[in-house]
Design a binder for this molecule. Structure first.
Ligand SMILES: [Zn+2]
Length: 331
């Protein structure tokens, strides 16, 4: 079973090199240095041996951390590399991160190139540590392939809760493999978490249905909500494309502004993990055309909120987003 996870890790990262390979090349050089510097000094990898008391898991984005913590309970200690407000597309692992990854009993990341600068390190680590790109469990036919990313999938699957719910199973599976005496415990917690996700979906659906159909347009900084749009019937426009690595051009800003004016859309949204300047530029461009568009609030996109706040769990963040969107557009 472990080899399955390893193979999955290698394949998940491989898709990336078929896509915009230039980014990969740059990333590889940068972080090969970091990787080599830390090198083979690690001895603490728990990849082999008897069932550990507490599984040490290293995770990337904080919604993956939430997933692993919810399933793992007090039998897993998850260390997330990326906190609230951190953009995973641009995230470069530090030396300390590499060490944290090397010392883990298991590594969980979102995958589909979301963590665009870390593809190579995952491939390397997969030969020594169970490495699970959780979104790889989603059937490929359900994934969106944006035309500008030929051969690569849109990674932002988590904003369709019914898709993200599927990522619980590979986590349960991997944790149970490392700690078989807790398999029932993980299974039970996994089911409870799925339930919470379903509840968040039901609440979101109800709240979003209050928005008139012709106002269901979500304009944000980057394309993080295509799956959300498919699920809840929204037209979605992101200024920066699928990854924040591409900058919005003046033409994009004008086009989106014109769209807002023509369709009398009352609000646009900023994201917690992306600077707000592009959205403010759209607001200004719409104003120049005589249409006042409000900033409807801040949405969680590639990161959820602070631990201990309502948006600090994935289901809580999904509900909060629905609330913010409905508040901005339902009038
Ligand atoms: Zn993104």
């Amino acid at each position: 079973m472990r080899s399955t996870a390893v193979a999955r890790g290698a394949r998940g990262a491989g898709v990336w090199s078929d896509g915009p390979g230039r980014w990969l090349a740059v990333a590889l050089v940068g972080f090969a240095a970091v990787f080599l510097a830390v090198g083979c000094g690690g001895e603490g990898s728990g990849a082999a041996g008897a069932s550990p008391k507490v599984i040490r898991a290293t995770t990337t984005t904080n919604f993956v951390t939430d997933l692993v913590e919810q399933v793992g309970g007090d039998r897993v200690e998850a260390t997330g590399l990326m906190g609230p407000g951190v953009d995973p597309h641009l995230y470069q692992p530090s030396q300390g991160d590499v060490q944290t990854l090397q010392e883990a009993d298991a590594i969980f990341y979102s995958g589909l190139h979301l963590e665009g600068q870390m593809g190579d390190i995952f491939v390397k680590l997969a030969s020594q540590t169970p490495t699970v790109p959780v979104a790889d469990v989603i059937p490929k036919k359900m994934l969106l392939e944006p035309p500008e990313f030929a051969g690569a999938y849109d990674p932002h699957v988590w904003w369709d809760p019914m898709m993200w719910k599927m990522t619980v199973d590979p986590v349960v599976e991997q944790l149970s493999e490392i700690k078989p005496d807790s398999a029932d415990y993980f299974e039970q917690r996994g089911e409870e978490y799925k339930q919470k996700i379903e509840e968040a979906h039901a609440l979101s659906e109800e709240r979003l249905s209050e928005i008139p159909e012709d106002q269901r347009v979500l304009v944000t900084s980057h394309d993080a909500y295509n799956y959300f749009g498919e699920r809840y019937g929204f037209e979605v426009k992101g200024l920066q494309g699928i990854s924040t690595e591409s900058e919005a051009g003046a033409g994009d800003v004008q086009d989106v502004a014109e769209y807002l004016v023509e369709n009398e859309i009352p609000a646009v949204f900023v994201e917690t993990s992306v600077p707000r300047r592009n959205i403010e530029a759209v607001q200004a461009a719409a104003r120049d055309q005589g249409w006042e568009v409000e900033i409807g609030g801040e949405l969680y996109s590639d990161a959820i909120g602070d631990p201990g706040t309502p948006g600090g769990t994935y289901p809580g963040a999904a509900e909060e987003n629905a609330e913010t969107i409905a508040g901005g557009l339902a009038r």
